[in-house]
Design a protein around this ligand. Structure first.
Ligand SMILES: [Zn+2]
Ligand SMILES: [Zn+2]
Length: 369
């Protein structure tokens, strides 16, 4: 097996314009602690659509893709074990965290909020690709892993489609639910049936919840929620008025509202609606607003009167990825995350892949170089 001198990538050069296939040289020598990986599958996250539209402040050109699995092609000097301490070898199938925190700053070292480290830059988002080592995003034949990367060797019995199907949604949901806490016999309401909502549902089901209700749409996503064990689903295309949805939730929770409500929608209006679906003294997690979708009318009196705990959670830490891999391996007969992968495209067809995701009707598109 010899590494080619160049490889291809699909590049975002201008916002709202088609991606361009470019060929870049692969690195000849690896830095200490770095790795070169041959891409096996790269997920397309909803965030990629927002990035493509220019809704987040990034510097172009960029190779998108921050949920990737690949096989190690070359290891730089000193990179001998993965994040969990397992030995790493050429040919190993690996995943990695999209961003790496510095471990030394005020947020990392003192306040233990490493996801808010100001030195974090994410693959597929924060690196220009017109400078070496070029390959710092998933929509490409190869991926360069920089020194300090949090890399995880994947268990042989865990299919790649499970890992990419779960994608950044699962680690995001694990982090958010860790901050919220689900107690035994809790009733949990998940707002949103996209990848984050489905992941939150799976974690709630295994955290002792007595009942998990999912509100969302379209019907195909709710069907997926049922496959993941949702006890009740509420279709926003059928129950169109917020007041009717709040009534429906109260009807399913003895008139009280849910113990924990997990917002996985990303639409500001969902927050005010979701707080009304919380029982008094309940918890409300705002998880879906990774992109700034703007302000919304909110009555703070509801938070006071209901004695709500309102929680935010941003991205995830390496330990959440370790937990996600173990969770996927242990629950693969229960939660068909591999079925989330519904559309496969090669590097030349990244535009179609993005457009499919942008239409919000498919479960998940992936790039298979
Ligand atoms: Zn993502
Ligand atoms: Zn830091």
């Amino acid at each position: 097996m010899s590494t080619p001198r160049t490889a291809r990538a699909s590049v975002l050069e201008r916002f709202n314009a088609p991606l361009t296939v470019r060929e870049y040289p692969l690195p000849r020598e690896l830095e200490a602690g770095a790795a070169l990986v041959k891409t096996e599958m790269a997920g397309i996250c909803g965030t990629d659509v927002h990035l493509w539209k220019g809704e987040l402040p990034i510097t172009l050109p960029v190779i998108l893709g921050h949920e990737t699995v690949g096989r190690i092609e070359q290891l730089g000097p000193g990179l001998e074990i993965d994040w969990s301490g397992q030995p790493l070898r050429i040919g190993d199938r690996v995943a990695w965290t999209s961003a790496t925190s510095c471990g030394k700053c005020y947020f990392c070292a003192e306040k233990r909020q490493p996801t808010r480290c100001p030195h974090r830059r994410a693959y597929g988002i924060g690196y220009r690709c017109d400078q070496p080592p070029h390959f710092l995003g998933g929509y490409a034949e190869y991926h360069y892993l920089r020194p300090g990367v949090n890399v995880f060797r994947l268990p042989d019995d865990l299919d790649t489609a499970f890992v990419v199907g779960a994608g950044c949604a699962l680690v995001t949901a694990i982090h958010g639910i860790e901050r919220t806490g689900i107690e035994w016999q809790d009733t949990v309401l998940v707002q949103g049936a996209g990848p984050v909502g489905i992941s939150a549902l799976a974690i709630a089901k295994t955290s002792g919840a007595s009942k998990v209700i999912v509100i969302g749409g379209p019907a195909s996503r709710l069907e997926m929620a049922r496959r993941f064990g949702a006890d009740h689903v509420i279709d926003i295309d059928k129950v169109r008025e917020p007041a009717a949805r709040i009534d429906a939730v109260r009807g399913l929770t003895g008139g009280y509202g849910a113990d924990a409500v997990l917002e996985c929608v990303g639409q500001p209006a969902a927050v005010a609606e979701g707080m009304e679906m919380c029982r008094d003294g309940g918890r409300y997690l705002v998880l879906g607003h990774y992109c700034d979708a703007g302000p919304t009318a909110l009555n703070p009196h509801v938070i006071t009167r209901k004695q709500l705990r309102v929680i935010g959670s941003w991205s995830s830490e390496p330990r959440h990825m370790k937990a996600a891999i173990e969770f996927l391996q242990a629950t693969r007969d229960l939660f068909p995350f591999d079925q989330m992968v519904s559309h496969r495209f090669n590097v030349d067809r990244c535009n179609e892949a993005l457009a499919t995701t942008a239409a919000w009707n498919c479960a998940k598109s992936v790039i298979v170089p």
